[in-house]
Design a protein around this ligand. Structure first.
Ligand code: SF4
Length: 473
């Protein structure tokens, strides 16, 4: 049995941030090469601290869904997963046994040599004449691999230079240049550098966003996919502007290559993780009788299960939107009824107006999406196997812009927690609260919180910054 975990950044504010990881997980799941594909996030749920506990097997491969190496892939993710490693990740990745699971952590997908193929695939979308040996129409064509670039992270530019060198060797283009948005050589100087009459620009960015949609076209004067420049130092030129590499479906192939390389010669995989399976069997036993789990009502019906918001109990099924897949449930519960993003799923804001009819396997996945890690953590709590992490430990672990939460005094943390956690179903074990009965014992809202979530950490950081600003004024 084998589990694959894709780690995305996620966001407390933007509900679209997690979509890329979801999409790649779906593509890889459809290939059937792993028994399960799970997503985990820095700023959403399941969080990096929780995600390993949500995997069903003892053989886990973790891939950071980042475009280059840096602070997150070398510091934050290894630290939060408990890999006992900080700093550059070797090409063969890192393997550790954590809580009975063999965990292999790889380099981010963006540094894999296979990304050169993704760049070519993006170039071909805007230049269909690009054949296997170069442009079929014989027009000299230059490629610009465009990176963000930042003087703070030389890794982010290294990957651009490496891909440019690989593609130069292939000889598909008459020129290949590595240019940047925020460092030299800058893409704004392309016309002085590029001699070919046709130029393809492929942004080596993780996602479509402000830079790819606005700043790059504006700074370069692009008017669409193809923009003519009649008067440049090298005569008339035409720029073809591609979409970012990170959103191309071929990235799924790169991820699979990374996963296979991390496993070396492979092997039979791991076993079913016993604690995980016991947790879900406990949940299913409850579900077969009918149960309330937080705001969710689970009803067994002729061999399948119906789930809906408990506030919709008694409403005719025809009045509700009927969902039939775990992914349908995931996309519904990610937003409140008012359309607001829900980075913390146990906040009491589960949307209404829907029901899902699912078989037992899909029920598990749908509940995972609705309340990530809750079944596993609640079961572990009942077995006295969920160790709370006090606030001081969580705060000490924070680095970068979050290190300032270490300056928060207990009263500040409590004030913020009273506001944020009051809306949450979970009981703050990390603050010394006690949970005597859980939803597995028939108390719907009984769910443990073993450690302050990143949402609360971010709110405490805001509080510290506000206090400092108030003291200075
Ligand atoms: Fe909920 Fe508070 Fe725990 Fe975050 S820290 S999961 S808001 S109880």
């Amino acid at each position: 049995m084998r589990s694959l975990v894709l780690i995305g950044h996620g966001s407390h504010l933007n509900g679209e941030s997690a979509v890329a990881a979801y999409r790649y997980a779906e593509l890889i799941r459809a290939r059937g090469l792993f028994d399960e594909v799970i997503e985990g996030y820095w700023k959403e749920e399941p969080s990096l601290r929780q995600v390993l506990r949500t995997t069903a097997s003892t053989d886990v491969t973790v891939i950071p869904m980042f475009i280059s190496e840096g602070y997150f892939t070398e510091t934050v993710i290894p630290r939060e997963l408990g890999l006992g490693h900080q700093g550059p990740v070797p090409p063969e990745g890192i393997a550790r046994v954590i809580g009975g699971r063999t965990v292999r952590y790889t380099l981010p997908y963006g540094v894999h040599p296979g990304m050169a193929d993704v760049i070519v695939a993006r170039a071909r979308e805007v230049l269909p004449e690009l054949g296997p040996d170069g442009p079929a129409d014989g027009v000299e064509t230059a490629l610009i691999v465009l990176g963000h670039g930042t003087t703070r992270n030389e890794n982010s530019s290294r990957v651009i230079y490496e891909n440019a060198a690989r593609l130069r060797e292939r000889g598909l283009f008459s020129e290949v240049h590595a240019l940047f948005l925020d460092e030299e050589p800058r893409v704004t100087g392309w016309a002085d550098l590029v001699r070919a009459p046709r130029v393809v620009i492929v942004p080596f960015f993780a996602s479509e966003g402000w830079h790819t949609l606005e700043t790059i076209p504006e700074e370069l004067g692009l008017s669409g996919v193809v923009t003519p420049f009649p008067d440049t130092p090298h005569g008339p030129q035409q720029v073809h502007y591609a979409r970012p590499v990170g959103t191309h479906a071929a990235v799924a192939e790169v991820i699979l290559h990374l996963a296979e390389e991390a496993r070396g010669a492979g092997g039979p995989g791991g076993d079913t993780e016993r604690g995980h399976e016991a947790a879900w069997q406990a949940f299913l036993k409850l579900a077969r009788r009918g149960a309330r789990v937080g705001e969710l009502l689970v009803t067994p019906e002729l061999g399948v299960f119906e789930i809906r918001n408990a506030l919709d109990e008694g409403r005719p099924g025809g009045d509700l939107m009927t969902l039939v897949t775990p992914e349908g449930v995931r996309d519904r519960v990610r937003f409140t009824d008012g359309g607001e993003h829900r980075p913390v799923h146990t906040l009491r804001s589960l949307p209404r107006g829907w029901r899902a009819v699912l078989n037992e396997a899909d029920l598990r996945r749908a509940v995972h999406y609705t309340y990530p890690a809750v079944v596993e953590e609640t079961y572990a709590h009942g077995c006295h196997a969920l160790r709370p992490t006090p606030w001081a430990t969580t705060a000490r672990r924070q680095t970068g812009i979050y290190a300032k939460v270490q300056r928060a005094v207990p009263e500040q943390v409590e004030r913020v927690a009273e506001r944020v956690c009051a809306a949450c179903l979970r009981t703050r074990l990390w603050a010394g609260e006690r949970l005597t009965h859980s939803f597995l014992d028939g108390v719907p809202g009984g769910m443990p919180c073993a450690e302050a979530c990143t949402f609360l950490v971010a709110e405490v950081r805001e509080e510290v910054a506000r206090k400092k600003a108030a003291a200075a004024s």
